[in-house]
Design a protein around this ligand. Structure first.
Ligand SMILES: *Cc1c(COP(=O)(O)O)cnc(C)c1O
Length: 462
């Protein structure tokens, strides 16, 4: 058992400004089987760049469809913005290792060092930048738990763009402080469903008193973008372009490890729509895809919303209003409503097409964890490492601890890297429920899941 820290490895491995990545890495370039293309739901043909441009910025459409270019230069203005809050520290969890009495070496990449409190700012600034470049007035989006809306508000404020956020009504009411952070950055925040859109009005008529859902807020944001001159829609996860921007997380980690001649054996991340996990594993997965080195990748999701572990791999709608293209992904069905759990960022019914293809091809493992187990791990981590983690991030903590304890049994000195995607200061109601013993572990039955599966579109080959 080690009783003191490795003499040559600091607690935090930082990069010099000059060492920071100047390109994003596009994992798709190295995939033998490319992720399935988005389909037009009316024709079932792949969405063309022109069709996508009605909704998304042109440069982002190019990135979305680019399966070939391995390296995409990060524009200087985005690199400069990144310098305000990056590099994100790569921390050796010496104190957690000590507490667990494990021979494993545990590292985490901490993305919570900015006001939005999560990794989402990495893509928000990129998407806002390209909107600005195109001469647009503003962007529209949805937010569930609020992290994405906050990140986008910050990016838009920096670049002088208008930002319209549709926030799922129950979050709007339950998380008033999140809302005020967004308004501080100049965004307009509308509870969804709203009377501002056709889809919102229709939903309110059919289900008076509904507290909304992410799928519905997406539909409202897309409708608003299409109908407002000079606006486009942006999304904070799931899409290929978002994984591309988030590759900064993995690139920085790899450069930092390489400086010290370290390579992780196991890489773990929580998976909602897949953007932080996709970004964290990118350069490592690239090596695996090219046959240069092997890594063990683990995606962690909540048992209450188990897209990878219990979903089906099929084309499905991305939103409730069915205005978005169809995406092939591991999905629980766009009509699946996860039970109220507290990892708001992990409640989406689908999963990134890129990660779905990698999972289908056996490059990755997935595990689902019960909510109370997640909060136990969160508390254990907070007490020794000091950071109060987001419930989403704590899914990765839980599996990192499990793997470290396995090493304790076998005596293996494996190196574990996990993504600590954010802080949990806006999640104290969840922590309170946990402390008061009022937190439940809801796991959907097969019958519950079937309701969602029944809504997946049926056509030959799907
Ligand atoms: C949004 C969010 C996630 C999940 O989103 P992914 O796209 O799967 O990364 C995880 N952690 C935090 C803190 C988030 O805000």
């Amino acid at each position: 058992m080690k009783d003191q820290r490795d003499q040559n490895i600091p607690y935090k491995i930082y990069l010099e400004e000059s060492e920071m990545p100047k390109t994003w890495y596009n994992m798709r370039a190295d995939m033998k089987t490319k992720p399935a293309p988005l389909l037009n739901p009316a024709t079932l043909q792949p969405m063309t760049a022109e069709e996508l441009s009605a909704v998304f910025c042109e440069e982002l459409v190019k990135q979305e469809l680019d399966n070939d270019h391995r390296e995409i230069p990060i524009p200087q203005e985005i690199q400069d913005f990144y310098k305000m809050y990056r590099p994100a520290p790569l921390v050796r969890a010496y104190c957690l290792e000590e507490k667990l009495q494990t021979p494993a070496k545990i590292y985490y990449k901490f993305e919570g060092n900015n006001t939005s409190g999560s990794h989402k700012l990495n893509s928000a600034i990129a998407q806002a930048y390209y909107a600005k470049q195109q001469g647009l007035k503003g962007v529209t989006t949805e937010t569930g738990a609020g992290q994405w809306g906050t990140a986008l508000s910050m990016a838009c404020a920096y670049l002088g763009l208008d930002c319209k956020v549709f926030m799922v009504k129950c979050s709007y009411e339950q998380k008033p402080f999140r809302r005020e952070v967004m308004r501080t950055y100049g965004a307009s925040v509308t509870p969804s469903p709203s009377t501002e859109t056709e889809i919102g009005r229709k939903l309110l008529e059919e289900h008076p008193g509904t507290t909304g859902s992410l799928g519905c807020a997406i539909s409202e944001a897309v409708e608003t973008a299409i109908k407002s001159e000079g606006y486009r829609y942006v999304l904070g996860s799931v899409l290929n372009q978002v994984l591309l921007h988030q590759s900064i997380i993995g690139m920085e980690s790899k450069i930092a490890f390489d400086k010290y001649g370290i390579a992780p054996d196991i890489i773990i991340g929580c998976a909602g729509g897949g953007s932080n996990l996709g970004g964290l594993i990118s350069p490592f997965m690239g090596e695996k895809l090219r046959g240069e080195r092997d890594y063990h990748f683990i995606a962690v999701e909540p048992k209450s919303c188990p897209s990878f572990t219990r979903g089906v791999y099929a084309y499905d709608f991305c939103d409730t209003g069915m205005v978005c293209p169809l995406a092939k992904m591991y999905t629980l069905g766009s009509g699946f409503i996860p039970a109220a759990n507290h990892a708001g960022g992990l409640r989406y019914h689908g999963m990134s097409s890129t990660l779905s293809q990698l999972y289908a091809d056996g490059y990755m493992e997935a595990r689902a964890i019960e909510q109370t187990e997640v909060f136990k791990a969160a508390e254990q981590f907070a007490r020794v490492e000091g950071i109060l983690p987001a419930p989403e991030s704590s899914h990765a903590i839980k599996v990192a601890i499990d793997e470290a304890l396995k090493c304790k049994e076998t005596g293996e000195e494996k190196t574990i890297l996990f993504g600590l995607t954010g802080t949990g200061y806006f999640d104290m109601v969840a922590y309170q429920k946990f402390h008061d013993g009022l937190m439940s572990d809801y796991i959907p039955t097969d019958e519950d899941l079937q309701v969602g599966f029944d809504g997946i579109p049926k056509f030959p080959g799907n």
